[in-house]
Ligand binder design. Structure first.
Ligand SMILES: [Mn+2]
Length: 321
């Protein structure tokens, strides 16, 4: 049977996959569509990414979830919570002129998954109480609303196990299997599946190795937890481990390298005891980098470690100022 519902969602992202799962249930149950008619496509935020309208199929029911808006006439449903959703010229005007009542955007939401389930209830009278756990965890993970750094860097919760696998290995072939499962299976049951656990094992091993490396390399200088990880190439990320190791730090600075670049990552501790007094995006822009007020990075060509170290010193000085 041909796919005639195309769900284009943010790829390699737990909120993107969960949004696709909730939307699938919504469409199946509110419109009586058969499960076999759904196809999934991951969209990535990367330089030179094609406009999302290119991934839609003429004649199908097309949805874009947790990703940029498209003014394509083929777009049927739209849900997103990114403030940067309207990138294509004229796309915001096109969205505002919509009369179908099937295109929704709210930049105040922490996750697209929660946005979809709220709109489905308020506008269409559809609910799915069995998905409450999936929705709640998507909201925690996508907005990093963890109770503390321990929870944020732990694999104990089934949702955290699934998110780790999706973030690292969530390509179209894995998600073609996982999204329909997320739509109907309790998180603990799905996380315990041998295919999930087999994928999770090496991710956990790399994460644990990095956590040990950070423990050895880390030092706190004033308000800043600082990690020099430039001794060997970095093959994974552990966004919150630094705050677990140094809970009193307000900021973290990490110097790392891959074969492609030297990178200085700067972040604000979401559980900091003191308020943020610096705009990290602005700080990084001074050195050709960028980001958000709470997290940013500067990249240098490979081999420019000495310059990287000099920038780190300036960051640590500025963040203590
Ligand atoms: Mn999202």
């Amino acid at each position: 049977m041909p796919t005639d519902v195309v769900v284009a969602h943010h790829g390699f992202c737990f909120d993107g996959a969960a949004s696709a799962a909730v939307f699938t249930r919504f469409l199946r149950e509110s419109q009586g569509l058969d499960e076999g008619r759904f196809g999934y496509r991951g969209l990535m935020y990367e330089p030179g990414a094609p406009p999302p309208g290119d991934r839609l199929v003429h004649g199908a029911v097309n949805a874009i979830l947790d990703y940029r808006y498209s003014p394509s006439p083929d777009l049927t449903w739209y849900f997103d919570h990114h403030v940067s959703a309207f990138q294509e010229p004229g796309s915001e005007l096109h969205f505002r002129g919509d009369t179908t009542g099937r295109k929704f955007h709210d930049g105040a939401y922490g996750s697209c998954t929660k946005f979809i389930i709220d709109i489905a209830r308020e506008r269409f009278g559809w609910t799915a109480p069995d998905l409450a756990d999936l929705v709640a965890w998507s909201d925690v993970i996508d907005a990093a609303r963890f109770t503390d750094a321990d929870q944020a860097s732990s694999f104990a919760e089934p949702a955290m196990q699934l998110a780790a696998v999706v973030q690292e290995q969530g390509d179209d072939s894995l998600l073609a299997w996982m999204i329909p499962q997320l739509a109907v299976t309790p998180l603990a049951t799905l996380a315990a599946h041998p295919d999930v656990q087999r994928r999770l094992e090496p991710i956990k091993a790399r994460h644990d190795a990095l956590a040990r490396r950070m423990e050895l390399a880390g030092e706190q200088r004033g308000a800043v937890a600082w990690f020099d990880l430039s001794d060997a190439p970095l093959d994974t990320v552990a966004k919150f481990v630094g705050y677990k190791l140094f809970p009193t730090a307000t900021y973290s600075v990490v110097l790392s390298r891959t074969h492609k670049r030297v990178k200085i990552s700067v972040g604000f501790n979401p559980w900091a005891k003191r308020p943020r007094t610096h705009d990290i995006a602005r700080l990084c822009e001074r050195y050709g980098g960028g980001g958000h007020p709470v997290v940013g990075a500067v990249s240098l060509p490979p081999g420019e470690l000495a310059k990287g170290r000099a920038i780190v010193e300036e960051f640590i000085g500025a963040l203590n100022g």
